[in-house]
Design a protein around this ligand. Sequence first.
Ligand code: 8YV
Length: 312
Amino acid sequence: MKPEIIFTGKGHAGTQATLETEYTVHKLYEAADKPAFLRGVGERVRAVASFGHYPVDGKLMDALPKLEIVSNFGVGVDQIDLDAAKKRGVVVTNTPDVLNECVADTALGLILSTLRKLPQSDAYLRTGAWATKGPYPLTTSLGGKTLGILGLGRIGEAIAKRAQACGMNIRYHNRRRKDSPFPYDPDPVALARNSDVVMIVTPGGAETKNLVDAKVLDALGPEGYLCNIARGSVVDEPVLLKYLQEKRIAGAGLDVFADEPRVPEAFFELDNTVLFPHVGSATIETRKAMGDLQIENLRLHFAGKPVRTRVV
Ligand code: 8YV
């Protein structure tokens, strides 16, 4: 008998196809009546394969009394209630490291696009403005500027390497200082005050919710830029929008948003903002590597072996 598992979201096609050959899969995201769906299958389900932002909370875990493991597709587990999992003895795994370089590439692309207004200059040419209005207006260089990394973990380190290659100086803030050659700022406001560009690389969740607020944006100032490759929840989004509209910061580059895939349309009107649809790790190679790791964690668990990348 194949173990019975649940998909919480429509995710990476190759990964889900492989899982459907190895397990009896129930697709929660397709259920019109989720409580009825869970009453129907919940007693038999031993694992959740988590895709996207659907909350894997205590309520869902209680509907799955035989739940043993939540295997997440992605490094961020802010949609999973880790305390609830711990309390119930449920193992949680994620897919770290295999995406570090790819996300860091996207982060550099975000910095380049935001400071050099690359998408805007592309649109300028495509609309014929180059021929009618002349050269695209000058923008600003990366070289010599200070990049403040908010959350210097493994992805943050990979971003720092790329930014240094572009001539940027690096500083950082973490909850705790780490062994690093880069200057440390004791809080996000100090980091923003000392930086030209702040790149958010922290985990999402309650601990970092609205960590970047009006005080941080005031410290960043009218010549400062904010980039976010982490989670939309880390920024007070309505405040950020207001600061961009009033040019109280110079610009923003955002790959993540508070209520994805819904993005406030007021952002679309802004010329000082670059918007990506959460493509940080979205390459063929990286998403396959993430899926392979998610699958491996499930296989190891059901073989009675230690999982590869355990969170709790
Ligand atoms: C993916 C991510 O967009 O790994 C994460 O935490 O945010 C990205 O890699 C996400 O995992 C896709 O569901």
